[in-house]
Design a protein around this ligand. Structure first.
Ligand code: ATP
Length: 134
């Protein structure tokens, strides 16, 4: 079976590199499913899971937005942060979710509100990925 080389890279370094049969994630424009031979493209990504199909199983990586660059035999994801499901500290994510929720309830200024909304999304994404709910 044909495969794609997928690299997920953050400012702190590489997080994931493997040959996979399919990669899917969420672009701003909607769901993306990439198979080998896909036309070249670049797209901005949402805070979401990256699902990697490999040897009849699925690996999950949580990313906090970024960009995807697709070539026929290679996919590179440049993410603000990325964690493999097994490396996610769920307790930390639950605490981050609580903190963000209390900020949102306090309804401070717009900047805090936006930051808290993104923090909440990152935390919920990490919780979902670690629980394999994608
Ligand atoms: P927190 O408030 O818990 O720091 P955050 O969403 O503000 O969460 P980020 O700024 O997105 O954190 O990430 C900072 C660094 O910490 C990144 O390297 C990221 O991969 C890592 N990180 C954040 N949350 C977790 C987590 N729950 N489990 C593992 N690594 C995490």
């Amino acid at each position: 079976m044909k495969t794609l080389k997928v690299s997920i890279v953050t400012p702190d370094g590489p997080v994931y590199e493997s040959n996979v049969e399919m990669v899917s994630t969420k672009a701003h424009s909607g769901e993306l499913g990439i198979l080998p031979g896909h036309i070249p493209m670049v797209a901005p990504l949402q805070i979401a899971a990256v699902r990697l199909q490999k040897d009849n199983r699925q690996e999950l990586v949580a990313i906090s937005g970024g960009f995807i660059e697709v070539r026929p035999d290679q996919v590179t994801i440049l993410a603000q942060s990325a964690e493999k499901a097994e490396n996610i500290d769920v307790h930390r994510a639950i605490e981050a979710k609580k903190r963000a929720e209390s900020y949102l309830q306090a309804k401070r200024d717009d900047l805090d509100f936006k930051r808290a909304e993104f923090a909440l999304k990152r935390a919920m994404n990490r919780i979902s990925v670690s629980e394999n709910r994608y």
